[in-house]
Design a protein around this ligand. Structure first.
Ligand SMILES: [Ca+2]
Ligand SMILES: [Ca+2]
Ligand SMILES: [Ca+2]
Ligand SMILES: [Ca+2]
Length: 471
């Protein structure tokens, strides 16, 4: 069992999960009575059923995780049954072990990565792994039907820590915790923290591969000296789901670059962030600088970004925006995203020249809640809600059906709560966003049923304004 307490951006972790349940004998994947996982990816018509052979686990290891219970997936020919090789890594392991038994785990990832050909599973036990250099994942491509998996073992919490790097150049931006150019991996349940000069996780193209189809799930990116998780350079169809990125700060460049999440520099199509939270990062929550292709952000939250919580002083130059949607192109689509208490802006079009669409987004108390004061791009905002913060929109921006353009009034009495403690707290056990009354509408609010049908599910006569449909 592990004890976990949380306050803003800080997790105390006590990891001691070496229970007897995890220490039974294993024959490294010869039988089927192990851990079952169903990943159900809405809009991708994909079921990824990994039947992970993990003999010797107790039966309660079996679990089903339905990421989108309201979806209606195609269950045709895209079912994956995977009985590939399983590797184990543990902080007290040994790289001379076989690594294929839970009783004889490796200590580092490298010997497992050398043996990965595609479709295998690597389990990391809980505890702190002090890395000496960047973990590079450049091969071992899986497929859409059989991803290569790097998972935390059960509910244990592996922490990959870069504070003791031995191999790095202080002037080199490439000192990430994980630097990845591979395709069709699924990485889940890890904490990536304290990269010495750069990213928690960086996904980018190499000379030999343009990454596609990766899933990053339930990762925590914390206190890196660069953006928590960044994708760039042609990558396509990657899904970042239920990840938290917080307190990242590039002290070496006065905080001007460390965002929670970034999709930048000519990325490819089909990349999506879903159910992620970015808070207390020195620069911005999410940044789509020069992304040049559409990025989808759905049910993502950004708050309290851009403050000098490190006491860096007058040279601190973090920008302090929740969602930054430029510069240059990319017809980005944001659905039911929420932002609050950022230092400068909530949603910032930031010179996007193509045109972004915001559906049912809520901004609260961020100085300028919606900053769309640029005269280029075909931008459209629908069913959005602003409270305690200004609006700045150019006359060319289509702003029909929003709280500041409809005949409604927005006040504190419209909301069940403006207290964000639960929203900032622990996620639900399946990794989804926490339930809370924060910014949800009271049943007598005049903001209910005032929106336009934009294709999102709604209750009652019409969509409500803002990110949370009133029950
Ligand atoms: Ca910046
Ligand atoms: Ca930024
Ligand atoms: Ca009202
Ligand atoms: Ca409604």
């Amino acid at each position: 069992m592990f004890l976990r307490t949380a306050r803003v951006g800080f997790f105390l972790l006590s990891v001691a999960c070496w229970s007897s349940a995890g220490c039974n004998s294993s024959n490294s994947g010869a039988s089927f009575d192990g851990e079952y996982e169903i990943i159900n990816l809405e809009d991708r018509d994909l079921i990824d059923l990994d039947m992970i052979a993990d003999a010797g686990l107790d039966t309660d290891a079996d679990r089903v995780m339905d990421i989108n219970s309201d979806s209606n997936p195609d269950t045709g020919n895209d079912t994956d049954i995977d009985v590939g090789v399983v590797f184990y890594i543990a902080p007290d392991g040994n790289d001379r072990n076989s690594g294929t038994s839970i009783d004889f785990p490796f200590r580092t990832l490298e010997p497992a990565l050398r043996q990965i050909h595609g479709g295998e599973t690597i389990y990391m036990r809980g505890g702190v792994y002090y890395l000496t250099k960047t973990i590079r994942i450049d091969s071992g491509h899986g497929s859409s039907l059989r991803r290569t998996k790097l998972f935390s073992y059960k509910d244990e919490v592996p922490i990959l820590d870069g504070s003791r790097f031995e191999v790095f150049d202080p002037d080199d931006v490439d000192n990430s915790i994980i630097r990845m150019t591979a395709s069709y991996w699924h990485i889940r349940g890890l904490i990536l923290q304290k990269a010495p000069t750069s990213f928690g996780l960086q996904l980018l193209s190499s000379n030999s591969n343009t990454p596609e189809g990766n899933i990053f799930e339930n990762l925590r990116l914390y206190a890196n000296h660069g953006t928590g998780l960044t994708i760039s350079g042609g990558v396509t169809n990657n899904l970042i789901i239920n990840c938290d990125s917080y307190e990242n700060f590039d002290s070496q460049t006065d905080g001007e670059n460390a965002d929670g999440f970034a999709a930048k520099f000519d990325i490819g199509t089909g990349n999506e962030f879903r159910g992620c939270r970015a808070w207390a990062n020195s620069d911005d929550g999410y940044d789509l600088w020069q992304a040049n292709n559409q990025v989808l952000l759905r049910d993502c939250w950004a708050y309290e970004n851009g403050y000098d919580i490190w006491g860096h002083g007058p040279s601190f130059t973090g920008n302090g925006n929740g969602f930054k949607l430029g510069q240059a192109g990319g017809a980005h689509l944001l659905e039911r995203c929420v932002t609050w208490k950022n230092r400068v802006r909530g949603f910032d079009v930031n010179g996007n020249t193509t045109g972004v669409t915001l559906h049912n987004c809520t901004a609260f108390n961020s100085g300028v809640n919606f900053a769309f004061n640029w005269d280029v791009g075909n931008h459209k905002l629908r069913n959005c809600l602003s409270h305690q913060g200004s609006i700045s929109t150019h006359e060319l921006v289509d702003v029909q059906y929003n709280s500041w353009t409809l005949a409604v009034t927005v006040s504190e009495s419209d909301f069940q709560s403006l207290e964000d403690m639960l929203a900032k707290g622990l996620r639900t056990p399946d990794g989804t966003l926490p339930e809370s009354p924060f910014l949800r509408l009271e049943t007598d609010s005049d903001l209910i049923d005032k929106g336009l049908d934009v294709g999102l599910a709604f209750l009652g006569l019409a969509p409500d304004l803002g990110a949370f449909e009133c029950q």
